[in-house]
Design a protein around this ligand. Sequence first.
Ligand SMILES: NC(=O)c1ccc[n+]([C@@H]2O[C@H](COP(=O)([O-])OP(=O)(O)OC[C@H]3O[C@@H](n4cnc5c(N)ncnc54)[C@H](OP(=O)(O)O)[C@@H]3O)[C@@H](O)[C@H]2O)c1
Length: 220
Amino acid sequence: MKIGIIGAGNIGGNLTRRLTALGHAVSVANSRGPETLTALAEETGATAVTVAEAARRAELVVVTIPFKSVPDLPAGLFDEAAEGFVVIDTNNYYPRQRDGRIAAVEDEGLTESRWTERQLGHPVIKAFNGTYAQDILDRHRPAGAADRMALPVAGDDTAAKKTVRALVEELGFDSVDAGGLDDSWRQQPDTPVYGLREGADAVTKALAEASPVRPEAFRG
Ligand SMILES: NC(=O)c1ccc[n+]([C@@H]2O[C@H](COP(=O)([O-])OP(=O)(O)OC[C@H]3O[C@@H](n4cnc5c(N)ncnc54)[C@H](OP(=O)(O)O)[C@@H]3O)[C@@H](O)[C@H]2O)c1
C-alpha cells in the first residue's frame, strides 16, 4: 500500500520502520522538513517528504503529531491523495503537559478524534493511540500466538475501519472493533484499555468498563 506518515516521532518513526519492513511504500514527514529525516529514510527505505507531499497519491495517511498541532497542518493536505484514501489518527489530548486547553473538546464534549476529524476535514479512524510506541517494534506477534496483543480501532466508515483493522493485524496485533468515533472516548488516555497489553477478550472488557467522565488530570 502507498502510505503517508505525518509525524516522525516515537509513533511515526516506528510505524515507518514496521510498515517498510512489511513492504509498504512509505513517505514520511515532520515539521522541520525532509532534510532532517535522512537517517530514518536511510534506515528504512522510506521516502522523506514535506508535509504537503506526504499524502500525495497515498491510499492511507497516518496523522501522528501532537494533538495541538493538528490545526497547523496545511489546507488542501489531502487534495492529491488516492481515491478512497483512509486516515488513521493516533493522537491524544494532553491538555496539562503539552496541548493546552482546547475548548471544543472540553466544553462541547467532542471525542478527541472527532475534533481531529473536524480539523482535517476528512473522516478518521482512531488506532494506535493507546499503544506504547516501542510495542510497535517489540510486541508484534504472528496471528494465533498466545501473547499476541489486541488494539482497539474506532471509526464511522466501515470500509476504512476494515482497511485499518487489516493493517493492524498485518503489523502483528489482533484488532477489536471499538465502535464509531463517538464511542472512541472509551480508548482515550486514562481509560482501562489505554496502554493495555492484552488480547482481544481483555480489550473488549476494558472498552466496556470505561467511564465517560474525563479524568481530572486530562482536563485543561
Ligand atoms: N509516544 C507514544 O508512545 C504514543 C503512543 C500512542 C499515541 N501517541 C500520540 O501520537 C501522537 C504522536 O506521538 P509521538 O510520541 O510520536 O510524538 P513525538 O515523538 O513528539 O513526535 C511528534 C512528531 O510530529 C511532528 N510534528 C509536530 N508538529 C507537526 C506539524 N505541524 N506538521 C508535521 N509534523 C509535525 C514532529 O516533527 P518535528 O520533530 O520536526 O517537530 C515529530 O516528528 C501524539 O498525539 C501522541 O499523544 C503517542
